[in-house]
Design a protein around this ligand. Structure first.
Ligand SMILES: NC(=O)c1ccc[n+]([C@@H]2O[C@H](COP(=O)([O-])OP(=O)(O)OC[C@H]3O[C@@H](n4cnc5c(N)ncnc54)[C@H](OP(=O)(O)O)[C@@H]3O)[C@@H](O)[C@H]2O)c1
Length: 283
């Protein structure tokens, strides 16, 4: 498709971090099952365009747009592209994330800042910026990780009671995670109740809580039937898992796809965490 073609009104889905891994599998599945355009986004243009070319070889036709979820100019550019070309958004899959390997020797202050910065604050930034574009019946899917259920036992009771209170606001959640990063950078986060060496899982706990808050906000949204959920793709063979997972990227795409294509006005799941298409309790 010519990138200058205006497709206003046409349904459109966006997947973040989709040049490889689970995100690539989600784009492939959306191209086959979603009734509209699919935008494969990647922070690196060459890697993203190569992924599009690979899918073209399979006869699939995603469009490409650059997106670094930690770069507000990049997020703005995607929002402008969607506004100009579609005047809306029907499916947003927040898949992009990072996870440092311990043996890489990256100091904890940098790990915690970059991991929470990308996985939590980057995801929040994209969602906030694109939220006004969501159309009635839009689906927002946040890819998190089942590892949160084991990490949650390492939080102090005091911190848990703050994080898990049913009326937690986004502003409160942001403040708590900012505090975690600040304390982590000073090496004192565990003294105030955060897990010791688990910045990836903490960032994903944040994304799960973010999903529940957004879901509550969507209830009063006049557009109607905007559904937000979080999910784990399972243990998938990707760079992040060092190819140790049991699932292919297409299998890992299954639950994110299920949530992306939830039928109109489905009563549930809403604001939940799912694994294998099933609502799972993680705390
Ligand atoms: N694999 C598993 O077993 C597993 C298990 C549980 C949860 N998950 C979750 O599943 C999702 C996908 O993971 P994966 O295994 O497919 O990982 P992956 O192969 O490492 O892919 C991660 C993707 O995110 C992109 N990304 C990283 N930082 C970004 C940024 N700032 N802006 C935009 N894109 C960025 C990467 O781009 P580059 O190529 O440029 O780095 C890549 O495309 C993640 O949310 C992960 O936490 C995975």
């Amino acid at each position: 498709m010519n990138p200058t073609t205006t497709t206003s009104g046409r349904r459109v889905a966006v997947v973040t971090g989709a040049n490889k891994g689970v995100g690539f599998g989600i784009v492939r599945a959306l191209c086959k099952q979603f009734d509209g355009d699919v935008i494969l986004t990647a922070r690196n243009v060459d890697r993203g365009q190569q992924a599009v070319a690979d899918l073209n070889q399979e006869g699939l036709r995603p469009r490409f747009h650059q997106l670094d979820i930690t770069d507000t100019d990049s997020v703005d550019a995607l929002a402008t592209f969607l506004k100009d070309n579609y005047d809306g958004l029907d499916v947003l899959v927040n898949n992009a994330a990072i996870k440092f390997r311990r043996e890489a020797g990256v100091p904890f202050p940098r790990r915690i800042k970059e991991t929470v910065g990308c996985n939590f604050f980057g995801t929040l930034s994209v969602t906030r910026r694109l939220w006004p574009l969501l159309r009635p019946h839009a689906r927002v899917v946040n890819v998190t990780c089942f590892c949160i259920s084991s990490t949650i036992t390492e939080f102090s009771q005091d911190l848990l009671s703050q994080l898990l209170k049913p009326d937690l606001t986004m502003a409160q959640l942001e403040l708590l995670l900012q505090d975690y990063v600040r304390k982590g950078e000073m090496g004192g986060h565990f003294r105030v109740g955060w897990p010791t060496d688990a910045e990836y899982a903490v960032s994903k706990v944040g994304v799960c809580l973010m999903s529940a808050i957004l879901s509550r906000e969507a209830v009063d949204d006049s557009r109607g039937d905007i559904v937000v959920n979080a999910c784990c793709p399972g243990h998938v063979r990707t760079d992040m898992s060092r190819y140790e997972g049991s699932l292919t990227v297409d299998q890992g795409a299954d639950t994110p796809m299920y949530l992306s294509l939830l039928p109109r006005n489905a009563a549930r799941p809403r604001g939940q965490f799912l694994a294998e298409r099933t609502v799972a309790k993680w705390w």
